[in-house]
Design a protein around this ligand. Structure first.
Ligand code: KG4
Ligand code: ZN
Length: 318
């Protein structure tokens, strides 16, 4: 597996131009190596799937064009995958989780709760009204002088910290609906950083306090989503399915919080292994297989999209 984390780290975030160039430089080698490791020839694959969005358009275009060329050269069906749907379906790759399920999508760019009814069919229950939760982790990490991506850094630092040390706000707690908000939390952290000369001990405590606030609001918002999902889809004789996906779902305290909540609410939680929560090619390939099985292959004219909300992708071929 290749990662561009080292290239972006000095800049405290993903730099679009660097991302696109790195895609061009690495992609041929990655495809070759993947085929080699799987011991298959291009002629043996069922189809070629690539992310068509949403995301930084430069990187998306490079991947999409390369995949189209491969599909054309090998005479294979081509599948243009929505990145968010790939995250959503990673639970089906790991556990075969059946539709419908309540979906919590938590990544660097997204934070939303949805009812996932079928491939291509998603209904929004709630979303962040400002920062995505991964963004809040990354910005908080930056404030504490930690490199990008900040999520794993905060999780690590928080291990030694006291989560009760700093009384941070719990945005949206108890609010009607299932929306999220994280910018107030980040602002509170910024104020503490500005007003104090923090020791390493203080930073650990602040990281732990931040993470505890995220776990608490997450549980509260998801609980509201569960109530709605149960009303719409619940059957008295079976437990409802709940999937958490996206990079932030790799976070151990968040995983524990969601496990506790699922047990409390009688939901069956599908939580893929951490390496399948953060961005990976396997989930895109899997989404391609699911779509191919339904006859939903795309034309080679499928466009890259910077914005492509999951609830807009539609149940059938686009
Ligand atoms: O899904 P993902 O890999 O890429 C996007 O689609 O955005 O998610 C990346 C986000 C980053 O904000 C990163 O800091 C966060 O997921 N993340 C974590 C952890 N691992 C990755 N956040 C908290 N704890 C983690 N262990
Ligand atoms: Zn992602």
């Amino acid at each position: 597996m290749f990662s561009q984390v080292a290239e972006h780290s000095p800049y405290g975030g993903v730099v679009p131009e660097i991302a696109a160039r790195a895609h061009v430089e690495l992609l041929d080698g990655i495809v070759e190596r993947a085929l080699e490791e799987a011991q298959v020839a291009l002629a043996d694959v069922d189809g070629v799937a690539a992310t068509a969005g949403p995301g930084l358009i430069g990187g998306v275009m490079v991947g999409l064009v390369s995949a189209k060329a491969l599909a054309l050269a090998a005479g294979k069906p081509f599948l243009a995958i929505n990145h968010l749907e790939a995250h959503a379906l990673s639970a089906r790759l790991s556990f075969g989780t059946e539709f419908p399920f309540l979906l919590l999508l938590i990544s660097g760019g997204h934070c939303q709760l949805m009812a996932a009814e079928a491939i291509g069919s998603y209904r929004l229950y709630g979303a962040t009204i400002d920062d995505a939760v991964g963004e809040a982790f990354d910005k908080t990490a930056k404030l504490l002088g930690l490199p990008y991506p900040g999520g794993p850094q905060i999780e690590h630092l928080a291990q030694q910290g006291d989560p009760r040390r700093f009384p941070l706000p719990r945005p949206m707690l108890g609010r009607e609906g299932a929306d999220f908000s994280f910018s107030g939390l980040k602002t509170a952290v910024r104020q503490i950083v500005r007003q104090n000369a923090l020791t390493e001990r203080d930073k650990s405590d602040l990281a732990a306090s931040f993470q505890a606030a995220v776990v608490e609001v997450m549980a509260d918002r998801v609980r509201a989503g569960m109530t709605r999902f149960r009303t719409e889809f619940g059957q008295s004789n079976s437990r409802c399915n709940f999937v958490a996906a996206g990079g932030v779902a790799a976070n151990r305290p968040i995983r524990q919080g969601l496990n506790r909540l699922a047990a409390e609410q009688g939901f069956r939680l599908s939580l893929a292994a951490p390496e399948l929560c953060t961005d990976n090619g396997a989930m895109v390939a899997w989404a391609g297989l699911e779509r191919l099985a339904l006859g939903l292959a795309d034309g080679l004219d499928a466009a890259p999209r910077a914005r492509w909300p999951l609830e807009s992708i539609g149940p059938t071929a686009r």
